[in-house]
Ligand binder design. Structure first.
Ligand code: GLC
Length: 447
């Protein structure tokens, strides 16, 4: 397929999923607006419809809470699935006129605002930055106050959905060591989960081996219910022993977005609030606490016990995107990435390394390749001077979509597609990748 055809098809996917001011993540499986999805979607749209890209971000920010939190889901219509589960109205901090979830997702807003800004004239860019600066400051401040109770610089997450990598093995492993309520155990004991499988919306368009088990999904719903009882107040949730993790993936993304927020502030000649600036500086250093000398890898950490969750996933490579690690460490991560027994599969980069006992070829966040993680890694690799590896990842991402369409995720072994079809962020990031794609000949000439 020619690049032009792929571009046209990617735009058509976004067109189909467009709701005017916001984009559905995927028509068949995720009818709502999601936070980090919208950031990726805006990055794609910025190439040809920058005004529409700005509206995408405005509509997700319409759900921003009074305390600064940006929720992972915004429900633009009351009847949307999920709004009854979350019941955001239980919190006085939630917006009064729009329903949302009560948790957040990887903080890529600064990245999205910056990328749109790059495509605008200076006056328009400054206007955009002025508009989003207060929202960004409020959001990052919330993360570094409410979600950083010990002021150590690493933000704590309270639900696996906040990582964006919903059933990533370290979180699910922790979840299994956690208390399971009686009613869920009972459902498992009488195999009633098989009946629930029959009515699950996601299983209407994907097979169970591609999706989270119903038992795990129920455990995740149960955490929401318990958080809702505490009105989504972090201090109360932490006091009642719900599980809490300093997540490597999320903190790496946040650290990079702190840097971009600083750039945005500089561009419009603003001074970040002092305390926020202190926390942001601390965060970049605190990432080092997640390094494990023995295995020479980064891991997430249990917030309560300080124990590292030594279950490797793609998060191990995400400090490359943070830009906060030394070149020496980056080299170690690149070595890990290029290991054919770990992450360098036929189609890189799998969400869980091949050598892991948790690896499952087409199972959600337990093995498949996702285009957003490829995009984040390619960005980090370019920063550390590994342009050729970044380009291989981009070329392979394009090949995956040419082979299997705009799927949610792909097998790292044979490139077959899985999960949702016509997935918005896959389409959006293909648009961005095509814009930066360097044909082999150009790369050769640059050497
Ligand atoms: C899945 C992904 C999550 C994404 C959502 C909507 O749940 O795990 O990261 O935001 O779908 O696309």
């Amino acid at each position: 397929m020619k690049d032009g055809d792929l571009l046209g098809q990617a735009k058509a996917v976004l067109e189909r999923n467009d709701n005017g001011n916001w984009t559905q993540a995927a028509l068949d499986m995720y009818p709502n607006q999601w936070f980090w999805d919208s950031c990726f979607i805006a990055i794609g749209l910025s190439h040809y419809k920058p005004e529409r890209a700005i509206r995408e971000l405005r509509s997700i920010c319409a759900g921003q809470w009074d305390n600064g939190m940006i929720p992972n889901e915004v429900f633009h219509h009351d009847h949307q699935s999920g709004s009854r589960l979350w019941r955001s109205e239980v919190s006085p901090q939630a917006p009064p006129t729009i329903k949302t979830s009560g948790i957040t997702q990887p903080p890529l807003l600064a990245e999205a605002v910056w990328r749109i800004g790059e495509r605008l004239t200076a006056p328009k860019r400054n206007k955009l930055f002025e508009e989003f600066y207060p929202k960004l400051v409020a959001y990052h401040t919330w993360l570094y106050t409410e979600r950083n109770p010990h002021h150590e610089g690493l933000v704590v997450l309270l639900h696996p959905w906040e990582t964006g990598t919903d059933d990533t093995p370290p979180w699910i492993t922790e979840l299994h060591t956690h208390w399971t309520p009686f009613w869920i155990s009972l459902i498992g004991a009488v195999h009633a989960d098989k009946l629930i499988d029959l009515i699950r919306q996601d299983l209407q368009s994907a097979s169970i081996e591609q999706r989270m088990s119903t038992m795990d999904a129920l455990r995740l719903y149960n955490i929401v219910v318990r958080m809702r009882r505490k009105k989504y107040q972090t201090n109360l949730i932490l006091k009642h022993g719900l599980f809490a993790i300093e997540d490597l993936f999320f903190n790496s993304i946040l650290i990079r977005n702190n840097q971009i927020l600083e750039e945005i502030a500089k561009t419009i000649r603003r001074q970040l609030p002092r305390e926020l600036h202190v926390q942001m500086t601390r965060a970049a250093l605190a990432l080092d606490d997640l390094w494990d000398e023995q295995s020479e890898q980064y891991y997430s950490q249990n917030f309560v016990t300080d124990e590292k969750l030594r279950v490797p996933t793609i998060a191990a490579l995400m400090p490359l995107y943070s830009r906060a690690i030394t070149h020496e460490r980056a080299k170690k991560l690149v070595h890990l990435l290029k290991n054919r027994k770990e992450f360098w599969t036929t189609y890189p980069v799998p969400s869980v390394p091949l050598s892991s006992t948790h690896f499952r070829e087409i199972h959600y966040w337990s093995g498949p390749v996702w285009l957003n993680t490829n995009w984040l890694l390619a960005d980090g690799l370019r920063h550390y001077g590994y342009d050729d590896i970044a380009q291989s990842i981009t070329t392979s991402s394009l090949a995956l979509v040419e082979k299997s369409g705009f799927r949610e995720y792909f097998s790292p072994l044979d490139g077959s597609g899985a999960g949702a079809t016509n997935f918005s962020w896959t389409a959006a990031l293909i648009i961005d990748m095509l814009a930066h794609n360097e044909p082999a000949a150009v790369l050769e000439a640059k050497k």
